[in-house]
Every structure is written in C-alpha cells, then in structure tokens.
Write a protein that binds this ligand. Structure first.
Ligand code: AMP
Ligand code: ZN
Length: 144
C-alpha cells in the first residue's frame, strides 16, 4: 500500500526536509498547528509506536530531542510538545510512525481534556490492571 511518509523518506514525494540520515527524516508538517510544526519519522515503515524496534526507536528519540531543540530555538518558541498519536481514537491519520514536534507559545491555545476523577479504590484497581500486564510481559522488555 502507498505510504506518504515512505514516499517522502525515499524522495518520491516532496517535503520540506529539515534533517535526514540513513535511518531518520525530519520534515515540516503540511498542516501545522503552529509554524515550524515538524514530523520525525523512521525511514523504514512501522505502523505505530508499539511496532518500532528498540534500536530504531533509540535513534529516533535521540534525533527528535536534537530537532526539538533546533525548532524551539529557531522559532523563538516558549516551549514545545513532542507527541505521537497511535490509533484512530488517538487521532492517528498516517500509519507510518512519527513524532510531532509542535512549537508552543504562552498565548497560543489550550489543550483542554475533560479530566476524570478516580473514585475510592479505583486508582488501585486501574494500576493493578496495568501492573498485571506489565508483570506478564516484563521479560519481553528485559529482553529475556
Ligand atoms: P497523525 O494525525 O498523528 O497521524 O499525523 C499525521 C500528520 O501528517 C498530520 O499532521 C498531517 O498534516 C501530516 N501530513 C500528511 N501528509 C503530509 C505530507 N505530504 N507532508 C507533510 N505532512 C503531512
Ligand atoms: Zn510508510
């Protein structure tokens, strides 16, 4: 299937490339939340955060840190968001993994989620559900 970010990574489609090496490309988002909004992608195709191999992710996050600093300083931003949307419900529209770097300014806009409140004991229950998964699959993370 055609993938726009694969095409950008191989030079088949145009983009305003800011940085590239053999593994990673960074380019401007075509529909920026703020000017300078940047995407950082692995050149190889992985659908989402969970499917990027650890060694690739390490390179990607290191370059994302470097590019985030460059975007913040060159845009004279007050801060920035580094985010990744995973799945339709999270707003993912391109299924080639990427980090967004969004320069932020004190007066630009608010992300306003509807915050939830944990009822009595619920925090422990949610934590237990997640801990059960973590202990079951921890050997994968540990590399065992
Ligand atoms: P997401 O919704 O997290 O999957 O983000 C996909 C992002 O890719 C969106 O912010 C789009 O504006 C951006 N995008 C889609 N096509 C292109 C393109 N050809 N060049 C640059 N950015 C793109
Ligand atoms: Zn792709």
């Amino acid at each position: 299937m055609e993938c726009i970010f694969c095409n950008i990574a191989t030079g088949k489609s145009e983009a305003e490339i800011l940085f590239e090496d053999e593994n990673v490309a960074a380019f401007l988002d075509i529909q920026p939340v703020n000017y300078g909004h940047t995407l950082v992608v692995p050149k190889k195709h992985y659908d989402n955060f969970l499917t990027v191999p650890k060694d690739e992710l390490e390179k990607l996050i290191n370059i994302t840190q470097f590019i985030a600093g460059a975007v913040k300083r060159s845009m004279n931003a007050d801060g920035f968001n580094v985010i990744s949307n995973n799945g339709d419900s999270a707003g993912q529209t391109v299924y080639h993994f990427h980090f967004h770097i969004i320069p932020r300014f004190t007066t630009d806009f608010d992300f306003k989620p509807n915050f939830k409140t944990y009822g009595t004991g619920a925090m422990r229950e949610y934590a237990d559900q997640i801990r059960t998964f973590i202990s079951k699959y921890r050997n994968i993370y540990d590399g065992g």
